[in-house]
Design a binder for this molecule. Structure first.
Ligand SMILES: [Ca+2]
Length: 155
């Protein structure tokens, strides 16, 4: 039960912090040298209100997402939708990819980029925003590799 992992209680409601959710519940990034930003990034997938805490309702919604046939795309979308607006902006993509180890080894000049290639085929233009259903449709059509998601999560 999620309550077992929830370290915050406010007004009788139990909440999981990013560490509760990612490290205690999922068992990811538990090493001493873990990157706190990565933990927060992953927790943001379940924290749809983006208030830094995962409520029981958000936890249940996350679990039901995992049962959906297109769970991968929903999780990927929620990972990029850092502000919970239901859209992914150029800035969201830049912020996520800028946190990856690969980006630190091979810096990418975002200011000079007219377009950003995400995955193999999805091209993102500055100012363009994609909603959830369109991202899923584009992902299915273009076959965005699962490794793209793992590339981000494992960083
Ligand atoms: Ca929340």
């Amino acid at each position: 039960m999620a309550v077992k992992y929830a370290s915050v209680v406010d007004d009788g409601e139990h909440y999981m912090t990013p560490r509760d959710f990612v490290q205690s519940y999922l068992g990811l990034h538990t090493q001493l040298q873990h990157n706190p930003k990565t933990v927060e990034l992953i927790a943001g997938v379940a924290d749809t209100t983006k208030d830094g805490l995962i409520s029981f309702q958000e936890f249940l919604a996350f679990e039901s997402v995992l049962c959906a046939p297109d769970a991968l795309f929903i999780v990927a979308f929620q990972l990029f939708d850092k502000t919970g607006t239901g859209n992914i902006s150029f800035e969201n993509v830049r912020d996520i990819f800028s946190q990856t180890t690969v980006h630190h080894h091979i810096p990418f000049n975002w200011d000079s980029a007219a377009a950003v290639r995400s995955g193999r085929n999805l091209v993102w233009s500055r100012g363009q925003k994609l909603g959830g259903p369109r991202v899923r449709q584009a992902g299915l059509q273009c076959g965005i590799p699962q490794s793209t998601l793992w590339f981000i999560i494992r960083d």
